[in-house]
Design a protein around this ligand. Structure first.
Ligand SMILES: Cc1cc2nc3c(=O)[nH]c(=O)nc-3n(C[C@H](O)[C@H](O)[C@H](O)COP(=O)(O)OP(=O)(O)OC[C@H]3O[C@@H](n4cnc5c(N)ncnc54)[C@H](O)[C@@H]3O)c2cc1C
Length: 447
């Protein structure tokens, strides 16, 4: 395999590269946690997309139009200047918007606003033929030419969609969703073409407030956590985000910056207009949580704490030569207690760990910070978790995708229909196998 990295600075350069058919991984900001960017020797040719960002706001349709290598931070600032807001985006705002479509990114605001997939109106992508193609979220995938004109493809898609039904309530399933035409690019991790332009829904910009709720450590008891999660669920129109940082996560912050010592916290982002309503109907009704443990914090401080934890963790890993082995599992409310019990077992493995994430959506990241020697044990524990996740109809990879690093865990989730669909999509949209050839869609070939 080729081990080179290049930069493409314009759409013309990108087109020229694609026509050349070199097997390539096209990247945005390289913040993916499932691709080993620190070791490109494990990848095929890496092409960094560094195309000048272009942002436009369609006043009539209330849509944000994004082209080029634009970060979520830039998209957010631009949209806000129009009195609007991007509805859902990943916590890592340095990540690029077009890559967010490719990874079907979700984020803390998905609690109140749904997923990024729901916000996509149209997508343009560069196909293997060097041409730009447009996809619309208003058209069903079954009517797209690669399926509409092929009986085998149509039948395959129907079975695939039937098998996906269990995951429709989750942010992302173990395999791409494939319902609308735009789903060809949403979550397919750049394996079918290069996304060049997207039209995204926006919402009216609304002020919000942040409440911190201090809780007991989940390792000892998660009764309070469950009560909060159940209470907030019916207020998704008023609460934008419901996030979690456990005591271990907070322990990575400098002591004077910790909002709680030896306690966990849940952070609620509440629309300012709805604050009294939420206080009266959620906070004051919590039986297991004292009002003394609820306090307001500025939005900038809340954001800073959320962003600081992963950065300090990264510093810790660099200093100690540790690896991050993390989960991205989402389950329904009926299985959340079981998931937390499972994580309690992980906590006893004798490996440094932390738990954080999108608790309102029952979607947490359990991260081991392990040594090389502990990797085998982590993998064994994860395999056990994924076996349960399969039984619970949970999603093993609800937002960070599969990349190359998570492929070792996916096999139990893949049935014949999934492998056939991957093959079908690759045959039709990537016949020269040039788009991220070491991705999941070639798992049969790469095995
Ligand atoms: C601290 C931290 C927090 C994070 N939080 C979240 C979160 O809340 N939610 C979440 O979903 N993710 C999160 N992530 C993961 C990551 O930020 C997302 O996966 C993000 O979408 C990656 O964007 P990127 O520009 O860095 O893409 P890259 O890492 O460069 O690439 C990711 C994938 O997208 C493909 N790709 C990139 N650009 C294109 C394109 N133009 N066309 C087609 N394919 C393309 C690549 O081939 C690759 O498969 C987090 C990561 C970190 C480090």
């Amino acid at each position: 395999m080729c081990k080179k990295s290049i930069t493409l600075n314009s759409l013309e350069m990108l087109k020229g590269h694609v026509i050349g058919r070199a097997p390539t991984l096209f990247t945005g900001s390289g913040t993916s946690t499932v691709i080993p960017f620190n070791d490109v020797s494990k990848l095929v040719l890496v092409a960094n997309l560094n195309i000048a960002p272009y942002l436009e706001y369609d006043e009539k349709m209330k849509l944000l139009i994004v082209q080029g290598s634009c970060s979520w931070h830039e998209a957010n600032s631009f949209t806000r200047s129009k009195g609007r807001s991007v509805r859902s985006y990943p916590t890592e705002e340095l990540a690029t918007v077009l890559a967010g479509i490719a990874t079907s990114a979700t984020g803390e605001r998905s609690f109140g606003n749904g997923t990024l997939r729901d916000d996509v109106e149209q997508i343009e992508y560069l196909g293997f033929d060097g041409k730009i193609h447009r996809l619309s979220s208003e058209k069903l995938l079954i009517d797209h030419p690669i399926f509409a004109d092929n009986k085998r493809g149509k039948e395959l898609l129907k079975v695939y969609q039937k098998r996906f039904e269990n995951f429709l309530q989750l942010k992302n399933g173990p395999v791409p969703r494939l319902v609308k035409e735009t789903d060809l690019m949403v979550g397919s991790e750049g394996q079918l073409g290069v996304i060049t332009k997207v039209w995204l829904k926006t919402s009216k910009w609304e002020d919000s407030l942040h409440l911190f709720i201090r809780l007991n450590r989940w390792e000892e008891s998660f009764e309070q956590h469950l009560e909060v999660v159940k209470s907030v669920n019916v207020f998704r129109d008023k609460i934008v985000a419901c996030e979690f940082l456990d005591s271990n996560s907070l322990g990575f912050l400098p002591e004077n910056e910790r909002p709680a010592i030896s306690r966990d916290i849940i952070i609620l982002e509440i629309k300012s207009d709805c604050f009294d309503d939420i206080y009266d109907n959620v906070i004051s009704k919590l039986k297991s949580v004292s009002e003394n443990d609820v306090f307001e914090i500025s939005s900038s401080r809340a954001h800073q704490i959320r962003m600081a934890v992963p950065r300090y963790v990264q510093e810790h890993n660099q200093k100690h030569g540790a690896f991050k082995s993390g989960t991205d599992v989402q389950v329904d409310i009926g299985h959340f207690e079981k998931l937390l019990h499972h994580y309690q077992k992980f906590a006893k493995a004798g490996i440094t760990y932390l738990l954080f994430g999108h608790i309102g959506d029952r979607h947490l990241h359990f991260n081991f910070l392990n040594s090389n020697e502990q990797q085998l044990l982590c993998d064994e524990l994860f395999n056990e978790l994924y076996a349960n996740c399969l039984m619970w109809n949970g999603s093993p990879f609800a937002e960070h995708g599969i990349g190359t690093l998570k492929q070792k865990y996916i096999k139990p989730f893949l049935e014949d229909v999934h492998l056939k669909m991957f093959e079908y999509l690759k045959e039709n949209l990537d016949p020269h196998n040039q788009f991220f050839p070491s991705g999941i869609m070639n798992i049969k070939v790469n095995l």
